[in-house]
Design a protein around this ligand. Sequence first.
Ligand code: 5RP
Length: 221
Amino acid sequence: MNQDLKKEKSAREAFNLIEPELMKDSVIGIGTGTTTNFFIKELNKAKIQIKGVVCSSNASENLIDNSYDKFSLNEVHGIDFYIDGADEFNDRKELIKGGGGALTREKILAYSSNKFICIVDESKHVNLLGQFPLPVEVIELARSAVSRELMKMGGKPIYRHGFVTDNGNQIVDIHNLPIEVPYDLEAKINNIPGVVENGIFSCRKADTIICTTDNDISVIQ
Ligand code: 5RP
């Protein structure tokens, strides 16, 4: 089975999982990336009666069918279900996200959600987070200063040239960073002045991971 098919199966499983619980006033948070795009496809097909969606990126918002109302987070009471992919996940359901550069809004939506369902294929599983370079969103003028601090932590920062986030900021991807205690490192990186957000999702990790392998789909609670 190719990777896209696995992503599609995880996305469909997520849709089937939440559909019976959706009500007229439900709000779904929509992540960003190719796996989430498969979820959007399911949602668009189903045209269900819900209050609407809150999207983590302009790219995702553009894909949502016009039959759904699109809200900003400020306009809703919160998010009932947040559905998003990940670049890495571990057995504790901690994640690295931000490969698509939408990590800040993704983390805000995940924090505001009652249930965060992460949809992945088996290639995203790791024992120790950090094989995927850790994305850090930075204010432009602080990019070099933040990078120097991240080097002191043992990482190799690489500026994502030409990329501007939906918030108007830049991304530095940190290679070879040892992420032994994700919870601590998430907070430590966010304490560097100029950092907007980093891609470790440990303080608010996933509640459920839906992972498709060659043989089956597991729903990890
Ligand atoms: C975007 C993300 C994505 O969820 C992550 O990069 C996974 O993407 P894909 O589903 O395309 O593999 O964090 O910022």
